[in-house]
Design a protein around this ligand. Structure first.
Ligand code: UD1
Length: 435
């Protein structure tokens, strides 16, 4: 059962993670398949009635949520060991349940493929991490351009289009989700679609490659102009999803914060370039060999300036983790968040550990202190939770992180992986009955 359904009245929430800081991290970490690539690819399996096999999919809450949405639509989803087998035959495109879709913004990715294959869809309005308003206007505008009739009901959106037809769509912002939704819709539309100012994230490229492995025609993936030629039918596939650059980045940043010597892999080092450039600037020693990245850190980081940007800029998902590491750098760093508003919710928690951070609009001035002190912390979203874990690992003394379940949305076995690197970290029951 899910936490939000299971937490009964008469319980008090207790901290989930207990961390004793101060251990440098040493060893190797195995990186999983990318959460942000698995989710759109799982949505894209709705485009075919054939079986799709996705090997090595990590068991994350967000993956679980989308599997449940898929099952509610009628998809047969089976986990065989670490593999996911998916087959979408008898689909009801109106059956996406509100309570699941609200839990995760990426659920809205079912709109494009449902509409493309079934000519209709009803999708509840999405939820997700509490990081800014996160509208879906670009998804909707793009689907309208492809010929969809879009009607907003109370709490849901209904789409109809007996046939989608290719069009040229300019995105006001290179939204990852909107690019993915439109790419899936265009994959079965009549004729050519061009998406201008498209997102260039590696996860978008992976979705394009997946669609091509199903018989789709996509050109320009990884550039700002995507060209898609719609086909009548897509077939099944056996597809290995790319590895998770954000998970890898989190372990690298944790090593930068605590000191130590950690190798992550398998990764596509190209995907980590924006982070590696910044960590090198901050004084970390980084060696790339094949599909691994080794990171060595002695002493304090140097301060750096970082601005989050769409890919290939610095990823917003690593902004909070990097801020935790820079809060003990030898000087003042300037971090500017341009992708999401309101993505500084970790700052108040870092301050409780002694961090010196001033916020002005979308910019944080982070003046490194010589040490952080363990504290009782509260996680507000997935990447903020990762940042707090990193800060707690680097801090002097003991910390607790409440609502650490946010981590389970995006990190498989996080505490086991950190413990294997020598960290003193443990998860305990998340709530107990009031006596
Ligand atoms: C995806 C990632 C998330 C990452 C983000 C940016 C997944 C499942 N999630 O989220 O981890 O942080 O990319 O790299 O892949 N926007 C609009 N209108 C829209 C859509 C987006 O204004 O219709 C705005 C958002 O409010 C936000 C910005 O565009 O400010 C970026 O959002 P987007 O790129 O769409 O992120 P997601 O796809 O939600």
């Amino acid at each position: 059962m899910d936490r939000d359904e299971q937490e009964p009245v008469g319980v008090i929430a207790e901290p989930d993670l207990y961390i004793q800081g101060g251990q440098p991290l040493r060893g190797e970490v195995r990186i999983e398949a990318s959460k942000n690539a698995v989710l759109p690819i799982l949505a894209a399996t709705l485009l075919t009635a054939d079986t799709v096999r996705l090997p090595g999919v990590p068991w994350l809450h967000d993956v679980d949520t989308l599997c449940r949405v898929q099952r509610a639509l009628g998809t047969d989803v089976v986990r065989e060991g670490r593999d996911l087998m998916v087959q979408a035959i008898d689909i009801d495109p109106f059956a996406a349940p509100e309570h699941l879709v609200r839990r995760m913004r990426a659920s809205f990715l079912i709109a494009g493929p449902l509409l493309a294959r079934f000519g209709a869809a009803r999708v509840p309005l999405p939820g997700g991490c509490a990081i800014g308003s996160r509208p879906i206007d670009l998804h909707l505008k793009g689907l309208v351009a492809l010929g969809a009739d879009v009607q907003a009901g109370s709490g849901y959106i209904e789409f109809r289009a007996p046939r989608l037809r290719g069009a040229t769509i300019y995105l006001d912002f290179p939204s990852v989700g909107a690019t993915e939704n439109l790419l899936m819709a265009a994959a079965m539309a009549d004729g050519w679609t061009t998406i201008e100012n498209a997102a260039q994230e590696p996860e978008v490229v992976d979705l394009a490659n997946f669609l091509c492995s199903m018989g789709g025609e996509v050109r320009g993936a990884g550039t700002a102009e995507l060209r898609i030629h719609g086909v009548r039918r897509l077939h099944g596939a056996d597809y290995q999803v790319i590895s998770d650059r954000i998970e890898a980045g989190t372990y690298l940043v944790a090593t930068a914060a605590t000191g130590g010597d950690v190798t992550v892999g398998p990764v596509l080092p190209e995907h980590l370039k924006p982070l590696l450039a910044k960590l090198r600037e901050a004084g970390s020693v980084i060696d790339v060999a094949g599909d691994t990245v080794r990171m060595r850190q002695k002493g304090r980081l140097k301060p750096i300036d970082v601005k989050t940007m769409p890919h290939p800029g610095f990823p917003t998902d690593l902004q909070a983790p990097l801020m935790a590491a820079l809060s003990i750098a030898a000087g003042t760093s300037v971090i500017t968040e341009t992708v999401f508003e309101n993505r500084f919710m970790h700052v108040s928690e870092l301050r409780r550990m002694g961090a010196d951070i001033k916020i002005e609009g979308r910019t944080a001035m982070v003046t490194g202190v010589s040490y952080l002190t363990g504290a009782n912390l509260h996680a507000s979203d997935l990447r903020a939770a990762a940042a707090l874990v990193i800060a707690a690992l680097a801090a002097e003394g003991k910390s607790t992180v409440a609502d650490a379940y946010h981590l389970d949305r995006g990190y498989a076995g996080l505490e086991e992986k950190f413990a294997a690197l020598g960290a003193d970290i443990e998860r305990r029951a998340s709530c107990s009955e009031v006596v």
